[in-house]
Each structure stands twice: as C-alpha cells, then as structure tokens.
Design a protein around this ligand. Structure first.
Ligand code: GLU
Length: 280
C-alpha cells in the first residue's frame, strides 16, 4: 500500500512537471491564439499600478510596460489585481500570463518562476511621520507595517530584529496604521513609498507631515514574472524591454511616472531607467 502510494505520487509529480512545462512553453503561442494578454498587476500602488478614479482604467509604470508588450504581440490586455502574497500562485496556476507587480527578482523566487531583465531598480526604505526616524536605531522595539509575502517583510525582520512587524495585504493599509499611530513606519521599496507620500501630500490634512528618511536597507531590482521554463515568452518579453530602452520608450514611461512633473518625483541615482541585463 505504502509503496503503491509512493509510486502514485511519483507518477503524478512526473505528469505534473511534464504538463507544467508544456503549458509554460505555450504561453507565447497561447496568448496570440486567444488574442489577449492577462497581466497580474497591483491595483492600489501608484505610480506602478492603480485604477484611475475617473476613467476606471488601470494606469502606471507597470501598466505601461504591459501595454507595450501586448501591442508588440498584437493582442488586447486584461489586468487582474494581485497582492504580494498571491501573485506567484496566480501565475503558476495560469490565472495570469505575466506579472508586472512591483516584484523584486531574487534567487529564491527564481526557483519557482522566471524573470525578465530588470526594468526598474529601487531600494527598501521607510515612510514615517516627519522627524521621528533618523536611523535604524529609532525603529528598534517599535511596530513597523509592511505587506505579507514581500521582500520588504523579510528584509525588515533581518535589519530590525527587535521590531514587531505588522503585515498587511498591501501597503496602503500600512499607511493607515502609520496615520493612526499604530505603527512608527511603513517599510517597502522607496518608489512605492514615494507614491504613498504623494497621496499624503495631496491631502491638506496630511500635507507636509510625512517623509522618507534616507535610511536604506536593501536593493530591489524589479523583473516581470513568467512561468518557469517559458523560454520563448521570456525571450519575447526581454526583447521588448531592450527595444523600449533603445527607442527611448522606457525613459518616456519613467519620466511620466517619476519625472519632476509627476506625483511621485524621484531624482535619485539609485533609480535606474528600465532595462539592464543584471540577474536575468
Ligand atoms: N519589491 C518588493 C517585493 O517584491 C516589495 C514590493 C511588493 O511587495 O510588491 O516583494
């Protein structure tokens, strides 16, 4: 009985992996055949992915990359909201074709999915009330908000082991905790925090009260996520990213969302404009 069970499990695993890899290899053809690219994106994280309250359309840096890729494929786009915790399962279960969701590429994740070339580079920082945090020491033993399933959650546990980490589904809930005094800081990528700070600056009640101190605890290169072994699709997406960089399209998108006239201006050297070939 035991032996049979083991055999059965092994057979299922074999079929599963064959099925999985043949499915993965089909994404490029599959997307073309169905005429739509289904992308997993964030829906409340400006300037990467959010829903415009007037048009109800998805807008942002991640959204523009997906639109370019879909145009190059000659297909329509469908955006599906994902969280930091559910995005990899959504991709692996084929509920989306690609992830453009503020996602850091790292070796641990690369065991389960494939990543494109880096299309954005940022680093993890903190959003705080003005004047409350000058260094990591000020965070010791305090409550810090972040999102479940993120590298931000892992990194802050290592950098400030004495802190209590409050993990939410996404960062805006963490910002609410900060506003309510339930956390001393929200931590994640500076580019995401810049978007949240932009929102606080637009509100007369919170304007001028929050900041992102110059305390960085990691580097976060973003990659578009695709299913493991999906070589043709990965190549197509990488070619698109390189083309965007060459033609200046990537720079245009960067300027649109992070330039001096945007809601989340960023003028630091640590923000690469789109593609480089590191860590493919
Ligand atoms: N880039 C980090 C990550 O992939 C933090 C942002 C996020 O949670 O999406 O985990």
């Amino acid at each position: 009985m035991r032996g049979k069970t083991i055999l059965l499990v092994a057979a299922m695993a074999l079929v599963g992996s064959l099925y999985g890899s043949s499915m993965a290899a089909d994404t490029l053809a599959g997307v073309k055949a169905k005429g739509v690219l289904v992308a997993g994106v964030k829906d409340s994280l400006p300037p990467f992915g959010s829903v415009d309250p007037n048009t109800k359309e998805y807008v942002g840096y991640d959204i523009d990359f997906i639109k370019y890729i879909a145009k190059k494929l000659g297909v329509k786009v469908e955006f599906k909201p994902v969280t930091s915790a559910n995005r990899m399962p959504m991709l692996m279960e084929s509920r989306v074709d690609i992830l453009a969701a503020t996602m850091t590429k790292n070796p641990e994740r690369a065991k389960q999915i494939d990543f494109s070339y880096t299309y954005f580079l940022t680093g993890q920082k903190f959003l705080t009330k003005k004047g409350t945090v000058k260094s990591l020491k000020d965070l010791e033993g305090k409550k810090i908000a972040t999102a479940k399933g993120s590298t931000s959650e892992q990194n802050v546990k290592k950098s400030v082991p004495s802190a209590t980490i409050l993990s939410f589904d996404d960062y805006p809930q963490g910002v609410l905790a900060l506003q309510q005094g339930k956390a001393i800081a929200v931590t994640t990528d500076e580019s995401i925090l810049a978007g949240q700070l932009g929102k606080l600056e637009k509100n007369p009640a919170t304007k001028g009260r929050y900041e992102i101190p110059d305390v960085q605890i990691s580097e976060e290169p973003y990659g578009l996520g695709m299913r493991k072994g999906d070589a043709k699709f990965v190549k197509f997406v990488n070619d698109a990213i390189l083309e965007m960089e060459k033609t200046g399209e990537a720079k245009k998108i960067f300027e649109r969302w992070f330039g001096p006239n945007s809601d989340s201006p960023i003028n630091r050297g640590s923000f690469a404009i789109a593609a480089d070939k590191r860590g493919t």
